[in-house]
Unconditional design. Structure first.
Length: 244
């Protein structure tokens, strides 16, 4: 705890369960304006690419051949991860559709195509409240995600909760610490100069505490996603969000 106290410049009190705030609220006015304006939001480039990919045949058919217009995806991203034989993230659902129904090869995590398709699907739910899948088989998954969120790890011996619960709203290395609500993924991060998934962000945090990151698509990352989405229940989706 002493190491954590030295690292943080304490400028605000911790968030409470009744004081949930999107990462948008922690940004400066210029970045907020960029997110609000679709003509200036760089994440919209991935959304537009996703619209093209949605209607383009890959393998035997396109996404549109089964689902119709991409607008049919309204509300879908707001409930992922879901349970379908196993817990599935949105990326895993896309790849399952590709291999089982399109006869196409799975897409790599963080590939331009995967980011574009997840962005366009999530964008259809912009403004809708997060509504996690109610399947009771996900209860244990969310519990595991919470355990991982509160588990110290890495050479710095820090847990996610120590930053995003205990010290949300304060500053670390000059940057505001958000509450870890996944309201805008995939997001365009100015730091990355590109889009990235929630799993990429989680892996970045693991690297920051000098821990071995979980593999993309691992049960651990899906559990963390499920828990974080449950924490954000009722908060509106913002995809594509812009973050520093």
């Amino acid at each position: 705890m002493r190491r954590l106290a030295l690292a943080l410049a304490l400028i605000a009190g911790p968030a409470t369960a009744d004081d949930r705030r999107s990462g948008f609220d922690f940004m400066g006015p210029d970045t907020q304006a960029m997110q609000r304006d679709d003509s200036a939001n760089p994440g919209m480039l991935w959304v537009r690419d996703g619209e093209v990919l949605w209607s383009r045949a890959d393998g035997e058919k396109s996404c549109a051949d089964c689902h119709g217009a991409v607008e049919s995806m309204r509300g879908v991203a707001a409930r992922y991860p879901v349970f379908d034989g196993t817990p599935l993230s949105l990326e895993q659902r896309i790849n399952r559709c590709r291999t089982a129904h399109q006869g196409a090869a799975p897409l790599a995590y963080e590939s331009p195509e995967m980011l574009a398709l997840t962005a366009v699907v999530a964008h259809q739910s912009r403004g809708l409240p997060i509504a996690p899948d109610a399947d009771p088989r996900l209860d244990a998954v969310r519990a595991e995600g919470e355990r991982l969120f509160r588990q110290r790890q890495g050479q710095l011996d820090l847990a996610c909760s120590q930053c995003h619960d205990d010290n949300a709203g304060k500053r670390l290395a000059g940057n505001p610490i958000p509450q870890a609500h996944p309201t805008g993924y995939p997001v365009y991060r100015l730091e990355w100069q590109g889009m990235g998934s929630l799993q990429r962000r989680l892996r970045n945090c693991q690297g920051a505490v000098r821990a071995e990151p979980y593999a993309y698509g691992s049960a651990e990352l899906v559990a963390l996603e499920a828990y974080l989405m449950a924490r954000a229940r009722g908060m509106p989706l913002e995809t594509p969000a812009v973050r520093p």
